[in-house]
Design a protein around this ligand. Structure first.
Ligand code: HDD
Length: 699
């Protein structure tokens, strides 16, 4: 039977028809395939009115359609994740490079011929589902590989270390960072007393705090973010050779961040900044790519490191053990339904495949319990793995049965093992199945931190000393902002004491910003801080940042009379560099170019501050510039772009705006005049991303 086209009715038609007919709709008979039905499959004749005794009479309890619809709606929400509630995901694939079988027997890491499907979810940690994207926070970077041997989950973050060394402190850490329980604020912020009270009493968090106060915690984009497995894992090859490994993801576009003031503006202008960015890129076919690598060491090498490899507050500097690339991930498809996929996806670090195994990292060991457990309250059933986003793509069968929302129908009489009644029932795989690496283990039962976990400051110092000067300034700014929001002076003093141990210059900068010079508490480190530790240049985002505008967004401020040829030249050049151009006009309805063409705008000025762009161009007509002078948003557009250290291109007509914004058009190499259609210099300058030398002048 040919499928009838779906009926299309605009809501206004419905209302008019409905009124005209005294509430009765004339409808074309629906086709079986397209008609609206109840959950029982019953075609619904009227979805506009509840069943009543008379047009103005009471609603009847027997209206099962009304009750079913409202009941379902009432239960549409599920508990959000207790951490990492706000997130955004995409589908894609992973493809291994040649030669990994020397390290692991994991099929998806060894066979370069296969493209393993993946689902990857990025998230913030502290904020609730409805919070904003650009909060200062760790970003989750969780990947589910649907391998031929079952699902493997790499549940990492964009920061390679963690706040605590033992999972038993996780509930305390999270309680401290979440909104304070008596007042229910602040949302999506660590800048408050309870967080800093906890961490300042927990010196093991110092290294992580350095990362969280750095630019790493305000990434420019999920596409420009590194990822780390954080905990130490093991890889084992077919011959049983074992290595301890740290996993790393590196984005093809380079690792870039926002500036704090910019992040604050964006959180108001576009709370969905990171979501929108990923969505737009994937919809445009500009697929984000990440390379997966490991740092691999054997037990002997691990023993020689000057920290304990089981301690999740430590990194192995790349200069000590280089990264070994294993393959690449491409994200190329957005989910078609956010709830069904991104909200219901359930990651778990315990989801392993043969060739990968755990280490005894006590943080990891606690995680192995938590993730499965949390799904029971979040997804409400032990059968959550049957939800399509969680189900493995290879065949799965076992003798687990029943429970809420069981989808699978197991026809056999047998649900136990051993059995002799159903020879087709699932059996153990023996050596072909997953086998834990037979690591010898013994010990005295006790609750104790090893002494090898006791150095809390040397790697915090290492991180600071490896950053470029602007990055160091930002760390100081981060601490000063957050501690400035703490009301308890004793917490600030305690933190200043820790900063003294990490790096006296940093402590001094923060104390100066707080107006608390000389007020640091004295805190005795458990072991001497190693200040001779060699810097690791790989820790800096900007020391060797790629000069590119690939994946970037250029905002162009236009008015009526803007030079059409200039715009076309900009779009062409940007496209050639894999960047995009978005037009900001006084009105979103569009603008008329100098050749009288009405062109659409992407944004109206009040709705798109320059903070949401990577680089900007001011290209008004002379008359347009005069009109813009009366608009604070236009003057701020330039002033903020300058303060956020962006590359600014401008035409001669924009000169009055520079005067109004008090920005020198010859300020530095980042402010570039565009003559005619010669946009090349501007594009080249934009590849520098920001002019760091400008910062001391503006902030
Ligand atoms: Fe966790 C979610 C990453 C320590 C307990 N965690 C969660 C997510 C990420 C991480 C990315 C979100 C996954 C998603 O997108 O759905 N967590 C980490 C990293 C850690 C870490 C890199 C340190 C190495 N986590 C950690 C500890 C515990 C948990 C120590 C508890 C003992 N994490 C959870 C959880 C969550 C979770 C409560 C909340 C929602 C979920 O699991 O599915 O089980």
């Amino acid at each position: 039977m040919a499928k009838k086209p779906p009926r299309s009715r605009r809501p206004s038609d419905t209302v008019n028809e409905s009124i005209a007919d005294g509430g009765e709709l004339h409808q074309v008979a629906p086709s079986v395939e397209t008609s609206l039905t109840t959950n029982q499959g019953l075609p619904v004749s009227d979805d506009q009115n509840s069943l009543k005794a008379g047009a103005r009479g009471p609603v009847l309890l027997e209206d099962f359609h009304l009750r079913e619809k409202i009941t379902h709606f009432d239960h549409e929400r599920i508990p959000e994740r207790v951490v990492h509630a706000r997130g955004y995901g995409a589908h894609g694939y992973f493809q291994a490079y040649e030669g990994n079988d020397e390290l692991t027997k994991a099929d998806f890491l060894c066979d370069p011929e296969i493209k393993t499907p993946v689902f990857c979810r990025f998230s913030t940690v502290a904020g609730s589902e409805g919070s904003f994207d650009t909060a200062r926070d760790v970003r989750g970077f969780a990947t589910k590989f649907y391998t031929r041997e079952g699902n493997y989950d790499l549940v990492g973050n964009n920061i390679p270390v963690f706040f605590i060394q033992d999972a038993i402190k996780f509930p305390d850490l999270i309680h401290a960072v979440k909104p304070e329980p008596d007042r229910a604020f602040p949302q999506a912020q660590s800048a408050h007393d309870t967080f800093w009270d906890f961490v300042s009493l927990t010196p093991e968090s110092m290294h992580m705090l350095m990362w969280v106060m750095s630019d790493r915690a305000i990434p420019r984009s999920f596409r420009m973010m590194q990822g780390f497995g954080v905990n130490t894992f093991r890889l084992v090859n077919a011959q049983g050779k074992v290595k301890l490994v740290k996993f790393h993801w590196r984005p093809k576009l380079g690792t870039f961040s926002l500036i704090w003031d910019e992040a604050v503006v964006i959180s108001g202008a576009d709370p969905d900044f990171h979501r929108r960015d990923l969505w737009n890129a994937i919809q445009a076919g500009d697929f984000p790519e990440y390379e997966l690598s490991v740092q691999a060491v054997d037990e002997k090498q691990a023993e020689k490191l000057d920290f304990d490899i089981l301690d999740a507050t430590k990194i192995i500097p790349e200069e000590v053990i280089p990264l070994r690339p294993l393959g690449k991930m491409v994200l190329n498809r957005m989910p078609s339904n956010f709830f069904a996929e991104t909200e219901q996806v359930a990651f778990c670090p315990a989801n392993l495949v043969p060739g990968i195994d755990f280490s005894d990292d006590p943080l990891l060991q606690g995680r192995l319990f938590s993730y499965l457990d949390t799904q029971l309250s979040r997804l409400g059933s032990p059968n959550f793995q049957e939800i399509p986003i969680n189900a493995p793509k290879n065949a799965w069968q076992n003798l687990q049965r029943d429970g809420h929302m069981r989808m699978r129908v197991d026809p056999s009489r047998v649900s136990y093992e051993p059995n002799s009644l159903d020879m087709a029932a699932p059996r153990e795989a023996g050596p072909d199945g997953f086998q834990s690496i037979p690591i010898p283990t013994e010990g005295t039962k006790l609750r104790q931190r090893p002494e090898s976990f006791a150095d809390h400051y040397s790697q915090a110092h290492l991180f600071y000393k490896s950053l470029t000067e602007p990055e160091q300034r930002h760390v100081a700014g981060g601490f000063a902002f957050e501690l400035g929001k703490c009301q308890e002076l004793k917490i600030r003093r305690r933190m200043l004491g820790h900063l003294e141990n990490i790096e006296p210059k940093l402590a001094e900068m923060v104390a100066e910003k707080l107006g608390m010079e000389g007020e640091a508490d004295e805190i005795q480190p458990a072991v001497e801080v190693n200040r001779r530790i060699k810097p690791s240049p790989a820790l800096s985002q900007y020391a060797a940042a790629p000069q590119t505008i690939a994946g970037r967004k250029i905002g162009v401020l236009v008015t009526d009379g803007t030079d059409a040829k200039l715009l076309d030249a900009l779009v062409k050049k940007a496209k050639a560099e894999k960047a995009t151009v978005e037009i900001v006009a006084p009105k979103v309805g569009g603008f008329t170019t100098d050749d009288d063409e009405l062109r659409p705008a992407d944004h109206f000025l009040g709705g798109a501050p320059s903070a949401v762009f990577d680089a900007v161009v001011l290209a008004p007509s002379a008359a347009g510039a005069q009109e813009l002078l009366t608009t604070a948003a236009a003057v701020d557009w330039l002033r903020m772009a300058f303060a956020h250290l962006k590359i600014i291109g401008y035409t001669a007509e924009a000169a009055p705006l520079f005067e109004a914004a008090n920005v020198d058009p010859d300020a530095d190499e980042g402010v570039v005049v565009i003559q005619g259609v010669k946009v090349g210099d501007f594009i080249e300058a934009a590849k520098r991303h920001r002019i760091w030398e400008r910062e001391p002048k503006v902030r």
